[in-house]
Design a protein around this ligand. Structure first.
Ligand code: SF4
Ligand code: SF4
Length: 196
């Protein structure tokens, strides 16, 4: 009899414990059900990248002086600069330039150190392809003007956290006129110059 009662006691304990765990799990579920969705319906909706976003690199062929600084500062010596020496002009002539975005880590060093600002970072981040070799961009592909999320009529731009008004944590349905929480870099520079 005592053995039976012990078994019933243990069973009840286990049942209570199981109910407690189910309750904990369901409380998380119900908590999430009360929240607004924060997912973005990519590619129909896209987040507006923040300032200084390091996306696909843009290259201006005419500005490049073939100095190869970008190669030396790159952690993986990635940019391929092909040039010839023009003995009449006594200067280098750029033949081709390429960056393989399948290998690039988007550190921005090449952009930072290029002496002629031939390189710049764009806000493009849709770089996926079926073949990794297609990510090796030549000077023509690098020279293509970047597309902006806000200029694409097929896409609904969603404001990222950095662009949201104070207290708002979700980018959907925020009117574009709503004031963003932080200051833009030019506003910070203006405030600093005013305080001097
Ligand atoms: S650092 Fe700038 S100018 Fe020099 S090779 Fe690279 S892209 Fe051209
Ligand atoms: S962003 Fe960084 S890794 Fe990519 S090419 Fe420039 S220096 Fe190299």
């Amino acid at each position: 009899m005592l053995k039976f009662l012990n078994k019933v006691g243990q069973y009840t304990k286990d049942a209570v414990q199981a109910a407690k765990y189910i309750g904990q799990g369901m409380s998380v579920t119900f908590d999430h059900m009360r929240r607004r969705p924060i997912t973005v319906q990519y590619p129909y909706e896209k987040l507006i990248p923040s300032e200084r976003f390091r996306g696909r690199i843009h290259f201006e062929f005419d500005k490049c002086i073939s100095c190869e600084v970008c190669v030396r500062v790159c952690p993986i010596n990635l940019p391929v600069v092909d040039w010839t020496f023009n003995s009449e002009m006594k200067k280098k002539e750029l033949k081709s330039y390429s960056i393989d975005f399948g290998v690039c880590i988007f550190c921005g060093n090449c952009v930072e150190y290029c002496p002629t600002n031939a390189l710049s970072m764009t806000e493009e981040y849709d770089l996926s392809t079926f073949d990794r070799h297609e990510l090796n961009f030549d000077s023509i592909a690098l020279g293509r003007m970047p597309t902006k999320v806000t200029d694409d009529p097929m896409v609904k731009p969603i404001r990222e956290l950095a662009y949201l008004p104070k207290g708002v944590t979700e980018g959907h349905e925020v009117p574009h006129t709503a004031k963003r929480a932080g200051l833009r870099p030019e506003e910070i520079a203006e405030a600093i110059s005013e305080n001097k």
